[in-house]
Design a protein around this ligand. Sequence first.
Ligand code: ATP
Length: 219
Amino acid sequence: MAGGELRVTDLCSGYGSVTVLHDITFACEPGEVVGITGANGAGKSTLLNTIAGLIGMSGGQVELDDLDLAGRPVHQRVRSGLALVPEGRQVIGALSVRQNLDVTVMARGRSRLDAEHRRRLETVLALFPRLRDRIGVGASSLSGGEQQMLAISRALMTGPRVLMLDEPSQGLAANVVDVVIEALQALRGSITLVLVEQNLDVLDALGCRSLQMSLGRLL
Ligand code: ATP
């Protein structure tokens, strides 16, 4: 598996009557690793959230392997193979690590844990052995690094062909950033990765092609 092709064309979106993204056009080849950089407020999170379907687009196109995602809700985009690790992780604090991962079975349209779910669980726990040690612990008790590992694992449980990550190294100690980098290096080639990242060392370590944003536009 080489990941999916993501194609964004003339994308516009914003909040209410305020347009934040202006005519964004770029494409990621299957298996490519693409970094998006830019100052605070440039529109990086808005871009990932619009591609994910969390923010409505006011113009343009988003395609995943020739499937037009315009107008499709978030859960359909996830089922099509597009996953987002949001800024700030947003794991469910009241649930354990295992429960946070188990709820993803619903993203596959299943209500019961099945063999495919257990296979995916083993894959993410092999990627982040630390989570296996913490499997019964409430997510709110995890360190920031463990929460980021859980957030990435939760997205991977949906079996994405394109994985978008919003500032995965934000607020993490250097040794934990290394763990995240190693995991993304392991995924490299099998999943298309799109990272918003201020830490250029992370983008360098992954050998990203970098795109720069300013004031809602790609430079
Ligand atoms: P940061 O690195 O600080 O997260 P960013 O590049 O991700 O910055 P966005 O968070 O996408 O930038 O913000 C782009 C613009 O959209 C900014 O002007 C911001 O104030 C505005 N914005 C972001 N979220 C909202 C919102 N919920 N409602 C209105 N405007 C918003």
